[in-house]
Ligand binder design. Sequence first.
Ligand SMILES: Nc1ncnc2c1ncn2[C@@H]1O[C@H](COP(=O)(O)OP(=O)(O)OP(=O)(O)O)[C@@H](O)[C@H]1O
Length: 511
Amino acid sequence: MNTLLEMTGVRKRYGGVQALDGASLTAARGEVHALLGPNGSGKSTLDKTLAGTVVPDSAEIRIDGAAARIRGPRDAHALGVAAVYQQLSIVGDLTVTQNVVLGLEPARRLGFLDHRAARDRAAGALERFTAAFSGRLPLDRPAGSLDPGEQQIVEVAKALAREPRILVLDEATASLHKEQVEVLFDVVRELRAAGVLVVFTSHRLDEVFALCDRATVLRNGRTVGTVELAATDEDELVRLMVGDAPHRVPRPARARAVADPTSSPAAALEVRGLTTDRLRDVGFAVRAGEVLGLGGLQGQGQSELLLALFGAARVTAGEALLDGRPLPLSSPARAARAGVALVPGDRGRQGMFAPRPIQENLSLASMHRRARAKLALSAAAERHAARSMVERLQIKIGSLTDPVSTLSGGNQQKVVIGKWLLDRPRVVLLDDPTKGVDVAAKEEIYAIVRGLADDGAVVILNSSDNRELTELSDRVLVLFEGAVAEELSAEAITESRLVSSALRLAPGESL
Ligand SMILES: Nc1ncnc2c1ncn2[C@@H]1O[C@H](COP(=O)(O)OP(=O)(O)OP(=O)(O)O)[C@@H](O)[C@H]1O
């Protein structure tokens, strides 16, 4: 093997948490190497150690056989390491070009930045995303005006402009549309052919199998093994990731009675003619105990529909009835009081209060309900409820009183989910809930969602993961351009059918 990178004995402690406890990683040039592990196992910390944004307590790093001292991002850049994280670092007010050249040192002429050279360099990096992509990124627009997927692409372009020999992609596909993921993968394959080492972190095992050559698995801050992906399967990987603990909650024979109109009660939630800036005349009915999936290409109004039902979009026409009574669509506070909960996809902005303690975040949703019942929320009750959710979702924390911002990405998302599920809502709106959540916790979340439905809640699920839609939905509405284009009944919900419905609706729109 043509080894390019060797990291051994990497240790990092944050306060009471031993994030890395002697982790190691050995990878070759011209390889796409996956870094896998449950939430909080230390993947991001290892990525950041390599990129110089985390300084480890101890580590031995060799690049191309030579000892490497990485004490900051500049050291990493000098050694040819560039990294892309899920949290964007682009500056919204700067143009795409300015962002891509940020941190590079473009030629200076007579003391001034040579903007043409900078622009050429940015264009060169964006060019790698194939003509289809770069043509769609307006180089002179403020990057803040682009959609999250495009912003993520700018981030990758920024890393490529450094012409790295090691590229770290840490959950870099999380905000991309499927089509954008494909283009990114083509770029990664080109880099591999050119001898670059790509270290790829993702919770999407389908992506890992599609793209990577080998995988190193971390658990509790230690490396538990490195495998050739061609010689392994998903079960083996999951076993390595979660150990011998039972990780798959057996799928209960879900009562399909809800799908049988003759045996089920009338619709609990009825939506009629719902129209907003992005929705056109959306109508459907959901029974209590039913999980309604939302499918289609991403960005066709699925998130908007959930926001509208949560009172967070400007509804210009239409109405929703819950158990025959009008559901207030004018504010999230009123929707929440009526028993509607939204588990948002974008946890950073909508789902939590990052600087506040974990236990407070877990109990915020239920607070108003208890206050209304004139029950004083004792600190002990808050702690007890939070503790049980932490155990159920295996949220990896130091202490319940630590700020949420200290948790790993996937564990933050678990807090957002836990917060709403503690409240036993009547209508549960899930917007890509398990993005970035590890396989074991995903199964636990699925079990909780099914449990809520079995207890009679109305569940509406938007997911970019077709497998998740097939696992959970009793029925799927396929959306296109803000309208319901097709309805798939239980028997028709397969991954291939979901993909073909989405694509068939948008001929020529696959990018
Ligand atoms: N800045 C920080 N302060 C305190 N603790 C931290 C900090 N960053 C990470 N940790 C802790 O270190 C551990 C490892 O976190 P890390 O982000 O590396 O995990 P991960 O494997 O990338 O998780 P995920 O899959 O959820 O992204 C976690 O328990 C996390 O809470």
